[in-house]
Design a protein around this ligand. Structure first.
Ligand SMILES: Nc1ncnc2c1ncn2[C@@H]1O[C@H](COP(=O)(O)OP(=O)(O)OP(=O)(O)O)[C@@H](O)[C@H]1O
Length: 647
């Protein structure tokens, strides 16, 4: 019988056997010898039946990896068939065969792929630009083939890509502008590449770039690049941009000054009537209702009630009549950035959003936390937004600058702020509303019909995604710029180095925890509220302390994932409990039983626990988020490989 939702229906099985036969050059006999039998399912729950196949740990019968290395396959890759049949595929390894033809553009149909290994074959043609659509891709190994043409520039936009091996081919053109600092492995040696080597401060030596007929220039040991006319054009463009920006600031300054004057005048005019002014419409204190007392208020209409009601409530228009003290700052103007797919209706809604719309729209309290409350607001047009009303002691200007910088950096696993509002001690941040709930709800059981079985592979996936995203954000927001420093790297948190190189102006998440890990429509984890709260640290703390605090919070999050236990406040109690259990050598006792029932590698769990303990260990310098991401991904890779080799 077919496994529902799995890859086991008869036609799917036949398609997969067809894919294998094409890999074997149409030789059915040879394909049969590899043991894929269309009369049985490839996966029995989470157990592998077909050799070379890895099955989803959730036991839904879906194929997550195909590893057919050194099998003497000399046919072609039919990606159309493969991707239609194995829609949950994450790892494809066909290296060490004699495959011909190209890497088809249709490979982008396997949208969940994280690892592609097709090295050491006889593949030719260009790499398909459609690879850029594989937004989960972490490893791409196409080395030792006959690929030619240019390396698609779009690959440099894949923020999760940490290994690219394109060596020993016939690639020409220039190296795309990869952010090499975040790569664990990179090689384009022995090709026909020309032009500059992207700036980086990583570990790759000249070997990664050698054998390109002296066509490359720049770092590490190549001749300096001649200044190109492009550079001059770029310089000119930059100068024009600076002038336009300065003019913009001058105009903005004049506007703000006029506005302040207007506010002062109107304050003076209103004061004699005895009405409290300057109270934001979002003020939830009981005094907020006094704004309805304004002489111009329509009697009978209630004050704006985003504030306190747990019910859906239609906000009154009374306060909306008074001009808001400042307008919303829209941060995301398009839903079509290359690295993140925002819900276009939410982006569109936020683009046109006015402060008054927030006031008038039905709002629902989602919850109240240590740093404020969150509301679901359905704005005109029907888009659902989440509005975080922030308790943050930071000065307005500092908050504004922080949100603007965070708004410029994008990662597929970080929910970007769409707009923010900041005036009169009121701070609001607007996000897309994600209806699938948070990791806290998923872990601690208040989601009734969960779409994600929180087994070990799912938890490891969440841990790796969150670590990657946090490492990316730390790198991108470490400097005093606006994300342009993303290509800078540093190997450990050194206060002096950071303060001098990065202006000591890092932006950390500040409140990383399970209720701030939300799920997208495809149940991928997505970090919310990045940078919304300045972490509560002593004022004398070094700049890097904010980033360290994030690493510690990530460690606590790992403990929560591994133990299934909820944490209070800073997670100190959970950390103490885990430490005590480990000291008694009952390590296995800490793991959540719900996770143990599925296919689970205890070795992987113990290693992840060790990563968590390193993150929370106050007695030694913590690793950076980038190092943590490396450790977690190594565990995940081994786990993926051991699943597929169980065959
Ligand atoms: N964009 C969003 N979409 C859907 N739910 C959200 C969104 N943002 C927050 N939530 C949910 O709203 C609830 C309240 O969020 P809120 O951030 O106010 O509380 P918290 O995370 O528990 O505390 P803290 O103030 O420390 O951040 C949480 O359950 C959170 O998961």
């Amino acid at each position: 019988a077919a496994v529902q939702g799995g890859d086991g229906t008869t036609s799917v099985r036949e398609s997969l056997v067809g894919f294998l036969t094409e890999l074997a050059g149409g030789d059915e006999e040879r394909a049969r010898g590899l043991g894929w039998d269309a009369s049985v399912e490839p996966c029995n729950g989470n157990r592998t039946v077909w050799p070379g196949i890895g099955c989803n740990g959730a036991g839904d019968g879906r194929i997550t990896s195909i590893v057919l290395e050194r099998k003497g396959l000399d046919g072609t890759i039919n990606a159309t068939t493969l991707c239609a049949a194995a829609r949950a595929l994450r790892v494809l390894s066909l290296q060490g065969n004699a495959l011909r033809g190209d890497l088809p553009a249709a490979i982008s149909g396997c949208s969940r792929l994280t690892h592609i290994y097709v090295g050491a074959n006889r593949l030719s043609g260009s790499l398909p630009p459609s690879l850029v659509h594989l937004t989960n891709l972490q490893v791409l190994n196409v080395s030792r083939n006959n690929f030619s043409g240019e390396i698609p520039a779009g690959l440099s936009k894949l923020v999760g890509l940490v290994r690219f091996c394109g060596n020993d081919n016939r690639f020409n053109g220039t190296i795309p502008e990869f952010e090499l600092s975040r790569f664990d492995d990179f090689s384009v040696a022995n090709n026909n590449l020309t032009g500059p080597i992207p700036e980086y401060s990583g570990d790759f030596g000249g070997d990664s770039f050698s054998g390109n007929s002296d066509g490359l220039c720049g770092r590490p040991n190549f001749p300096p690049c001649p200044p190109s006319s492009n550079d001059n054009d770029e310089k000119k463009r930059r100068r024009v941009r600076t002038i336009v920006m300065c003019l913009g600031y001058i105009l903005l300054g004049a506007g703000v000054a006029a506005f302040v004057l207007y506010m002062l005048c109107s304050k003076r005019r209103r004061r004699p009537s005895g009405v409290g002014v300057g109270k934001s419409a979002f003020d939830s204190s009981s005094k907020a209702a006094t704004t309805t007392d304004t002489p111009s208020a329509t009697p009978g209409k209630s004050a704006y009630s985003l504030a306190m009601s747990e019910e859906r409530t239609n906000a009154a228009a009374a306060v909306a009549r008074a001009p808001p003290p400042a307008s919303l700052v829209v941060l995301q103007r398009s839903g079509t950035t290359s690295t993140i797919t925002l819900n276009t209706s939410a982006v569109e809604a936020a683009r046109k959003l006015r402060f008054e719309d927030l006031l008038k729209s039905p709002a629902e309290l989602l919850g109240r936390g240590r740093f404020g409350s969150a509301y679901k607001v359905v704005v005109p047009g029907g888009a659902a937004l989440a509005v975080k009303r922030v308790k943050d002691a930071a000065a307005e200007e500092e908050f504004r600058r922080r949100m603007e910088r965070v708004g410029k950096v994008r990662h597929p696993a970080v929910l970007p702020p769409l707009a923010f509002y900041c005036a009169m001690q009121e701070k609001l941040v607007v996000y897309e509303f994600l209806s699938q709930g948070s990791l806290a709800k998923l872990l601690h059981g208040s989601i009734e019909s969960s779409q994600v079985a929180l087994d070990w592979p799912a938890r490891l996936h969440i841990a790796a995604k969150v670590a990657d995203a946090m490492a990316f954000m730390h790198d991108a927001l470490r400097g005093d710029g606006d994300g342009e420093d993303a290509n800078l790297s540093f190997s450990s948190y050194s206060d002096e180095a950071e303060a001098s190189a990065f202006g000591g102006d890092a932006i950390a998440h500040g409140n990383l925890k399970a209720s701030n890990i939300l799920f997208t429509a495809t149940m991928e984890p997505c970090i919310s509220e990045y940078g919304v709260t300045a972490p509560p640290l002593p004022p004398s703390s070094a700049p890097s302390a904010t980033l360290r605090a994030d690493v510690r919070s990530y460690g606590v999050l790992l403990l929560e994932l591994l133990t299934g236990k909820a944490t209070a406040a800073d997670g100190a109690e959970l950390a103490r409990w885990v430490t005590a259990v480990i000291r008694e050598e009952w390590t296995a006792e800490v793991f959540d039983r719900a996770m143990l029932s599925a296919v689970a590698s205890e070795q992987g769990m113990v290693r992840l626990l060790q990563v968590a303990m390193r993150c929370i260990d106050a007695t030694s310098p913590p690793p950076t988020m980038r190092e943590v991401a490396g450790m977690v991904n190594a565990i995940r890779e081994e786990d993926d490989m051991s699943l597929s080799s169980e065959a």
